[in-house]
Design a protein around this ligand. Sequence first.
Ligand code: FPP
Length: 252
Amino acid sequence: MSLRNKINNKKMPVHVAIIMDGNGRWAKKKGFARVKGHEKGVDAVRETVEAAAELGIRYLTLYAFSTENWKRPKYEIEALMNLLVESVNKERKTFMENNIRLLGLGDLKSLPEKSYNGLNSAIQETSGNTGLQLVLALSYSSRWEIVETARRLAEKVRSGEMESMQITEKTFRDTLPSASIPDPDLLIRTSGEYRISNFLLWQLAYTELYFTPVLWPEFNREDLYKAILDFQGRERRFGMTSEQIQQQKSAS
Ligand code: FPP
């Protein structure tokens, strides 16, 4: 039986988030410049998005550029920004044809004007699409997001719109810049690194983590299927006991 056929369509993760890592190491291994690794990484993005849409995954979040990535050499940042806007422009037609909605998460205003405008216009154009919600985390870091949320709440308290006692897990969550996106069910990190790297720290509280040694440019749909199968074999207890989970299942 193919890996695809082993996947239970009824137990599909609603939200899959991916830390795409290993572009530089892939390029080095092949004797190419780092930027070539990012270019090849775009092919892996395309294949993963296509596979996720076919599987009926509702949300796919890709960590495309972190706040810390601004510390990289200038030419690499420029290459990544150009690649991003070129890829988004190239895929706009595919997004529309496949009902894919593009969303941005992060300090998008800090992107170069051309990248910001290109991204924003694709976000606007696809805003009515109801299929796969493709979230690009750009100039994103979780600590940035949490601080941003604290600022928003502080401003509401200062202006009298809410009281400090009304700051709860729920109001905090609903104020996050990513408030419209459910918490990920599955996080995948490629390239054999076991870190979260400032990604969705609040949202990952009960997420299943999956690490693979595959370098991002070599990640393909079969690798995505393997991650989903692994996820489907796990019991998610959310702090409860196994017996409680079984009781909940038989009651529903
Ligand atoms: C990590 O590899 C990858 C990135 C920092 C950028 C990811 C970007 C892309 C795949 C291309 C553009 C994306 C979209 C959504 C069109 P690394 O450079 O950290 O690799 P290394 O750890 O091996 O050096």
